[in-house]
Design a protein around this ligand. Structure first.
Ligand SMILES: Nc1ncnc2c1ncn2[C@@H]1O[C@H](COP(=O)(O)OP(=O)(O)O)[C@@H](O)[C@H]1O
Ligand SMILES: CC(C)(COP(=O)(O)O)[C@@H](O)C(=O)NCCC(=O)O
Ligand SMILES: [K+]
Length: 261
């Protein structure tokens, strides 16, 4: 079975793919100090708790945090006796080569989202991913990533307000009942929630205008459903898009290796 690992700047998600469906998903905070042995203890405990006993024979990793990759490679090697595919590295082929400025290191999460979204929906897409940063990935009609937008993440924006202003508390993002807040927390939540709805809508409208063609908008990341309560922002919301993209890239590399003999 395939172990898919998606490391974001905030959270790391493991998911086990049996070739047809994901059997289980685990989530932990991303910490570069975590060793291969620590990953294994955590992994094993959750597998036992969920009553799963599977043989992992392949691992694929996408990481927006380069420092965590070393320990994850050791983890794959030591406990599953397998050399992981790492998205963004030269030995990991992509179904479509990104068309960006020379020297640009596109975030692996964006390459993976592109591959996953194109596999499901074909081309001309905008993938909006609510992570630590909010990313907009533009997928061309042939499936290539052709650029996008990086905006500060929702929680990052709220945290920045709290850090920079002595009188502003830490608040969680939620949809406020009204735009006009009548207390500090409601004002902050309104600014971030409605500000974000406007940001997503405005950026997608401008991308569509710049491309001058119809484009489907796919939302992903834990906060996508929250923002679509404020306005119709997405044609679809797909929580498993990044994991799906990892399975697509893994299958593509396996097919390429088999073709080479
Ligand atoms: N369903 C959710 N509800 C509220 N906050 C969420 C949800 N999912 C993720 N978050 C928060 O959104 C931020 C980004 O999380 P995540 O998507 O895991 O980012 P990354 O992929 O960059 O690690 C984090 O602060 C996380 O706690
Ligand atoms: C923009 C990102 C920080 C988003 O990461 P995430 O929110 O998933 O942790 C990541 O995709 C990244 O580091 N990108 C490199 C620059 C680029 O994609 O152009
Ligand atoms: K992201």
């Amino acid at each position: 079975m395939l172990l898919c690992i998606d490391c974001g700047n905030t959270n790391t998600v493991f998911a086990i793919w049996d070739g047809t469906e994901f059997l289980t998903t685990f989530r932990t905070a991303t910490e570069h100090q975590r060793t291969a042995d620590q990953y294994y203890v955590w992994y094993n405990a959750l597998m036992a708790h969920r009553g799963l006993d599977v043989t992992i024979d392949a691992v694929i990793i996408s990481s927006t945090v380069p420092r965590v990759v070393f320990n994850l490679r050791v983890f794959a090697d030591r406990y599953f006796n397998t050399r992981p595919l790492v998205v963004g590295r030269e030995d990991c082929a992509l179904p479509h080569i990104p068309r960006v400025d020379v020297g640009t290191q596109v975030g692996p999460d964006r390459l993976v989202n592109t591959a996953g979204a194109y596999d499901r929906h074909g081309g001309n897409l905008i993938v909006v991913d609510f992570g630590t940063a909010t990313t907009f990935d533009v997928v061309d009609d042939d499936g290539a990533y052709v650029g996008g937008v990086i905006a500060p993440g929702v929680n990052l924006s709220l945290e920045a307000l709290h850090q920079a202003a002595a009188a502003l508390p830490h608040v969680d993002v939620t949809k406020p009942a009204r735009v006009i807040g009548t207390n500090t927390v409601a004002c902050m939540q309104s600014g971030v929630f409605w500000g974000y709805v406007g940001l997503v809508r405005g950026i997608c409208d401008r991308i569509r205008a710049e491309r001058d063609r119809p484009m489907q908008i796919i939302g992903t990341g834990g906060l996508a459903p929250l923002f679509s309560q404020g306005d119709v922002l997405f044609d679809r919301i797909e929580d498993d898009l990044t994991m799906h993209g990892l399975t697509v890239i893994h299958a593509y590399n396996r097919a390429a290796a088999q073709a080479q003999g």
